[in-house]
Design a protein around this ligand. Structure first.
Ligand code: SF4
Length: 496
């Protein structure tokens, strides 16, 4: 039994950022080559840190869907998924970690396909457009390697590179290439901020085709959204399985015992062969968990919902459940891993990570979140988690509080019925699944709140148009609630 996990970035601010991963997962699922295919994201749920919680297959392959070998593939993904290297053996599982898709020679075929689909031919120039950064010399390597592989095929008159953030820059393309027609293929995964906004703006593009002084610049979609990317992922997974073959005798880890299913999970109601969102269920959604996932990503106010557990699901819908679309799959689509964590908690198997450990392992631009005060941490838990259907099971600290025995970090919740060190590790209330580890939205807020504590910040009236997770913007609803709570005098005895 082999489970493929696509590890990607995702975004708290851009609802489209993770769509390529979900589409890619759907294509790979449909191929039937793997027993299961799932997605794990750095800035969205299901998170890199917890995605393996749901995987009970003995053989696992994690493919990082990133272009560059860099900070994310070398540091963030292995750290968050607790990987030891190309092979991790843990609890009866073999977890293989492949190089990123951007390193595989087969990606050159996807670049060629993109250019050809846009009309490129032997007289044209193909420009492989990468991000690049002066901070990491590794970042450019895959871009040059791909351009070299394409050039060796001699399909185009010219082939070279251009970068957003280093030399040779994209603004000089028309000077460096001689062909009348340039086909610019972005070596990016998603149609995100760069591909959709900064590149077209900086190059003053009119759209897919821009005329400039008798020449034409064709701008294609990024390689990451091309269906042929699935072939690259398949190759990487096959190579990893060949390098570390499945262990014939490996036994799968025991799955968490399913408990009785609650008729209410967060704002969902499950009854009579249907899962219903809040309110009067008038509109029937297709019996497809992916369709449900897409539907609940945008709230009724039109804003992206980066925190799946945030109260305020769009209402008025229902989906019929059955063999092809189970209630479990619909709940998973709306609240990733919530049912898994609830089952694990009831079986005493939920791995809980204290908040100080989560903040301590942050690096890069999130490292400053570590300096958030104890009071600030409690305020964030009250404000943000108070808006979430999940119940934080994580303690603020791995140090025991006076008179309060605490399980060792990483230990499971006590067995059902045994006394709990309340309020640090509560068993979930019915319908409110436990949260075993602070999520990425919490960490992003902690980073901002640490800066507010140190530099000061002025409260302003709430502006409901500001995106949910744009915490740095004055008027963001969460920002204003946190600032109001931080400005209140501390209550005596609130030291934990
Ligand atoms: S950390 Fe808080 S806001 Fe994030 S999922 Fe857990 S309970 Fe919800």
């Amino acid at each position: 039994m082999t489970h493929l996990i696509l590890a990607g970035h995702g975004s708290h601010l851009n609802a489209d950022s993770s769509e390529p991963f979900h589409r890619l997962a759907a294509v790979l699922r449909a191929s039937g080559e793997f027993d299961a295919v799932s997605v794990a994201l750095w800035k969205e749920e299901p998170s890199l840190a917890r995605a393996l919680d749901a995987v009970t297959d003995p053989e696992v392959v994690v493919v990082p869907v990133f272009i560059s070998t860099g900070y994310f593939t070398r540091t963030v993904v292995p750290r968050e998924m607790r990987l030891d290297g190309p092979l991790t053996r843990r609890a009866g599982q073999q977890i293989r970690y492949t190089p990123p898709v951007g390193t595989h020679p087969r990606l050159a075929e996807v670049i060629i396909e993109r250019a050809r689909e846009a009309g490129a031919g032997p007289a044209d120039a193909l420009v492989v457009l990468g991000h690049g950064t002066r901070r990491d010399s590794q970042s450019e390597k895959n871009v040059y390697a791909m351009a070299d592989l394409v050039a060796r095929r001699a399909l185009f008159a010219e082939c070279g590179v251009a970068f957003i953030d280093q030399e040779p820059g994209m603004l000089t393309m028309l000077d460096r290439f001689r062909a009348d027609r340039l086909f610019v293929v972005p070596l990016f995964i998603a149609e995100g901020w760069h591909v959709g906004e900064t590149i077209p703006a900086d190059l003053a593009l009119d759209g897919p085709e821009t005329r400039r002084g008798g020449r034409v610049v064709h701008y294609t979609p990024p390689v990451g959204t091309h269906p042929a990317l699935a072939g690259v992922v398949r190759e990487l997974a096959r190579e990893a399985l060949a390098a570390f073959p499945p262990a014939a005798a490996s036994a799968p880890p025991a799955p968490a015992r399913p408990g009785p299913r609650s008729p209410v999970v967060g704002e969902l109601r499950i009854a009579d062969g249907r899962v219903c969102g809040p309110g009067e269920p008038c509109r029937e959604l297709p019996p497809d968990p992916e369709a449900v996932r897409r539907h609940v990503r945008i709230g009724e106010d039109g804003r992206y919902r980066p925190l799946p557990g945030a109260r305020g699901l769009p209402g008025g819908w229902f989906v019929r459940t059955g063999e092809g679309c189970t209630a479990e799959a619909v709940v998973e689509a709306v609240y990733p891993l919530a049912a898994v964590h609830e089952r694990q908690a009831r079986a005493g198997e939920l791995r809980i990570v204290p908040l100080d450990e989560v903040l301590e392992r942050q690096s890069g631009r999130y490292e400053s979140a570590r300096s958030l005060s104890g009071r600030g941490r409690r305020v964030l838990r009250d404000v943000l988690c108070g808006r979430c259907i999940r119940t934080p099971a994580w303690p603020l600290s791995s140090l025991p509080a006076p008179g309060s025995p605490l399980p060792a970090p990483g230990s499971p919740l006590p067995a059902p019925g045994s006394p709990l060190p309340a309020p640090r590790s509560p068993l979930p209330a019915p319908g409110s699944p436990p949260c075993p580890e602070a999520c990425s939205v919490f960490v992003a807020l902690a980073r901002e709140a640490a800066a507010w504590e140190q530099e000061g910040a002025e409260p302003v009236p709430v502006d409901p148009a500001i995106p949910f997770a744009a915490f740095e913007e004055p008027g963001n609803e969460i920002r204003e609630a946190v600032l109001a709570a931080l400005l209140e005098p501390a209550s005596p005895g609130a030291s934990r």
